[in-house]
Design a protein. Structure first.
Ligand SMILES: *Cc1c(COP(=O)(O)O)cnc(C)c1O
Length: 410
């Protein structure tokens, strides 16, 4: 079930956490001169900045709070539209709704990330941002999305919850737009049970992000700084135990990604000549996280047949990442001052979320099967596959099993 980082949990995590417990200071702020203060959260932020080549990193409590912080930092609010892919986790939509803005669903393409052409179709005078979700560890077509954002003066948010450590053309995912977000929940590349992070190169955006995450305080507060609090915010602070654990996981990132790439390549090599089988387009092969291998069968019938024999599900049927399965938003949501589920005085229109509204996405997902490499998860449709510590023999055996099933069904 869990993501790859889970498989690497060991003495290092234990050591980092014990360090904090022995010193007994669990709050992210403290006095530098106090030996009890181990500044794990700040160290994590600094090490991410250094490794990812980004100016500012802010640790928070989850990937969802990272998105809320990001939207607030970009001043996205009532009446604004944010373009979001129809294949993502609900947090991409719910965070926009919580920001009192409107998620506008767009199609994904063969990379299973935002289709730039459809994004451009969905732009209206209300559009404020594009949320590029690097789905299943696979980079979006950032060049194209950035070009569209620039042309239409839109902000680019990267939801890199599923792609921590991945890159696009040599730059880390999350650092390519106006702001990026990560999650450290148990299903992600590295995990601390729960946790998240926001990154940006913009000092003003960082300042607002920091304030929103901590009751309006300015970065690196040293106490309750009365008179200096800039905005009304919330509390999404990461604590030292989570910081310590995440830090130990973070230091294993290269090893984790290398291993995933190695085993994915070994598996893929053995199935890539199967006639009639196609692979998900990967916008940066070296930069993807390699947590999953997605294949397309020629049509829905054959995809269902293959999935059944592998005791898994096609992506279309696999649960909560497909907009068709998001009962939280399905049905008519009328965005008017009266009918809105939230107060939205600036927007008068109708937004309807309904099954089948993204036919291109539906067609792709009903032909798609996710094979696990690092995330064995029925909810992702990846009940079949290998895992990070599979031996070469196990990988080869799974590949042969897959070959056999596909050839029987094609
Ligand atoms: C997991 C995830 C999130 C939310 O992260 P949490 O830490 O679970 O709050 C947001 N977006 C995507 C695409 C995700 O997969």
């Amino acid at each position: 079930m869990p993501g790859p980082g889970f498989e690497w949990i060991g003495k290092e995590e234990e050591q980092e956490v014990i360090d904090v417990i022995r010193a007994s200071w669990l709050f992210r702020y403290g006095d530098e001169k106090n030996p009890q203060f181990k500044h794990k959260v700040v160290t994590l932020e600094e090490e991410v900045c250094e490794k990812f080549g980004i100016q500012h990193a802010l640790a928070v409590t989850s990937g969802t709070s990272a998105l809320l912080v990001a939207l607030s930092a970009l001043q996205i609010g009532p009446g604004d539209e944010v373009i979001v892919p129809g294949y993502t986790f609900i947090a991409s939509m719910s965070s926009v709704i919580m920001a009192r803005a409107i998620p506008i669903l767009a199609e994904v393409d063969e990379s299973l990330t935002l289709d730039p052409e459809d994004v451009e179709q969905k732009i209206t005078p209300h559009t404020k941002a594009i949320m590029a979700v690097h789905m299943l560890g696979n980079p979006c077509n950032i060049d194209k999305l950035r070009e569209i954002a620039k042309k239409h003066k839109l902000l680019l948010i990267e939801d890199a919850a599923q792609a921590f450590g991945g890159s696009y053309k040599g730059k880390r995912l999350g650092t390519l737009g106006d702001i990026g977000t990560y999650s450290f929940n148990i299903f992600k590349t590295i995990n601390a049970g729960d946790g998240g992070m926001v990154v940006t190169n913009d000092a003003e955006v960082y300042k607002r992000a920091f304030g929103y995450h901590d009751q309006g305080h300015l970065p690196l507060r040293m106490g309750v700084e009365i008179g200096k609090r800039s905005i009304v915010g919330q509390n999404f602070r990461m604590n030292e135990l989570t910081g310590a654990f995440t830090l130990a996981q973070f230091r294993k990132l290269d090893r984790i990604l290398e291993q995933l790439h190695r085993i994915k390549a070994r598996f893929k090599h053995q199935i890539q000549d199967i006639k009639g089988l196609e692979f998900r387009r990967i916008n940066d092969v070296e930069g993807e996280c390699a947590t999953l291998l997605t294949v397309f069968l020629p049509d829905k019938q054959r995809a269902d047949a293959v999935a059944e024999k592998l005791n898994t599900l096609t992506v279309a049927h696999s649960g909560w990442h497909v907009y068709n399965n998001m009962e939280q938003i399905l049905g008519k949501m009328t965005i008017t001052p009266e009918g809105c589920p939230f107060t939205c005085p600036y927007y008068k229109g109708e937004v309807e979320y309904k099954k089948g509204m993204l036919p291109q996405t539906d067609k792709l997902l009903e032909r798609a099967i996710n094979i696990s490499v690092g995330v064995v998860d029925r909810g992702l449709g990846s009940a079949f596959g290998i895992h990070p510590h599979s031996s070469d023999d196990e990988i080869d055996q799974k590949a042969q099993e897959f070959r056999k099933v596909v050839q029987e069904c094609l």
